[in-house]
Design a protein around this ligand. Structure first.
Ligand SMILES: Cc1cc2nc3c(=O)[nH]c(=O)nc-3n(C[C@H](O)[C@H](O)[C@H](O)COP(=O)(O)OP(=O)(O)OC[C@H]3O[C@@H](n4cnc5c(N)ncnc54)[C@H](O)[C@@H]3O)c2cc1C
Length: 266
């Protein structure tokens, strides 16, 4: 958010850096072809604006380069993460997307959509983990009995199934109500990602436990799914950010339009 843009004739000059950018590079050498980059537009006088503008920055533009490449990620290793650097990067004014200073709404709306999508990712992880541990617990015998006959294993499986189903309902409910052309879905976008992010990781964790040694190694994929699931408690907003946002939004509703339970109506 500290990246700045200064208008210079029919160009904008961008300075700053964006860290942790998913697909910041695809081959570890070059940037991707095009990015939508947010920057605060500053007047030449140095007087700044807090309003954010959106620019289309393309590969090869002067001053645009790849910074650090993030190595050794815990999970999500199929996508590369990198830093993008803008050093006196000159962008044609025609690459301003929308109106100057009007990108905050786009940014917030995109964040809402992203959070629902990330919740859906957690859901997929949980579903696969339930399937894997269910199959394994049925096939594996230990101490002369099917694994799924042990109460502790039943608890892992049953709770995972019920939590997955609860997450599924929440994801579909929020996705159905999502207004793609406006903001205003923040409370549930935060809520669904908070719930599903933790649910997906917990279910993956249980799957590893149910599968014992095989859970901990790659053969059944659940250890990879756990590593992928962990990111969903961090990327797109941390759990802590969701806690704060949810409480802020809930608190705004107290007394609003004579009701403190507007959230029940959606
Ligand atoms: C693999 C990966 C891909 C990513 N992709 C993108 C991307 O494409 N685009 C993008 O913009 N970002 C991306 N991110 C960045 C991601 O959104 C941030 O890492 C995340 O928001 C946390 O910010 P931070 O790393 O600066 O942690 P910090 O802000 O340093 O936070 C560290 C810890 O402190 C907690 N914390 C911080 N402030 C508070 C507070 N006020 N109250 C309570 N707790 C607090 C956080 O919740 C966290 O647990 C990616 C990150 C990763 C790891």
């Amino acid at each position: 958010m500290k990246t700045t843009a200064v208008k210079d004739g029919d160009e904008y000059v961008l300075n700053g850096a964006k860290m942790w950018i998913t697909n910041g590079t695809v081959d570890g050498v070059e940037t991707g072809d095009a990015y939508l980059v947010e920057a605060s537009v500053y007047a030449r006088t140095g007087k700044g604006s807090r309003d954010v503008s959106l620019f289309l920055v393309e590969k090869g533009m002067k001053g645009f380069s790849l910074g650090q490449k993030i190595e050794d990620k815990c999970g999500m290793r199929a996508s590369m993460t990198a830093e993008l650097v803008f050093q006196d990067c000159r962008v044609p004014a025609s690459n301003l997307v929308g109106e100057e200073g009007k990108a905050t709404l786009c940014m917030m709306r995109n964040l809402e959509i992203e959070r629902v999508a990330l919740a859906a990712m957690s859901l997929g992880i949980a579903r696969r983990c339930v399937e894997e541990m269910n199959r394994y617990a049925k096939e594996r015998h230990a101490f002369g009995a099917q694994l799924n006959s042990f109460g502790q294993i039943q608890r892992f499986l049953a709770e995972s199934f019920a939590e997955y189903q609860a997450g599924r309902s929440y994801v579909y409910q929020v996705a159905r109500n999502l207004k793609l052309d406006s903001v205003g879905n923040g409370l549930d976008a935060d809520g669904v990602k908070l719930y599903c992010g933790q649910m997906g990781k917990n279910v993956a964790d249980r799957a590893i436990q149910v599968m014992g040694g095989y859970g901990y190694v790659g053969e059944y994929n659940v250890e990879r799914l756990w590593r992928d699931a962990k990111l969903l408690e961090i990327g797109g907003g941390t759990n802590e950010a969701h806690h704060k946002n949810i409480v802020r939004d809930l608190s705004r509703q107290v007394g609003a339009a004579g009701s403190s339970v507007a959230w029940q109506l959606i």
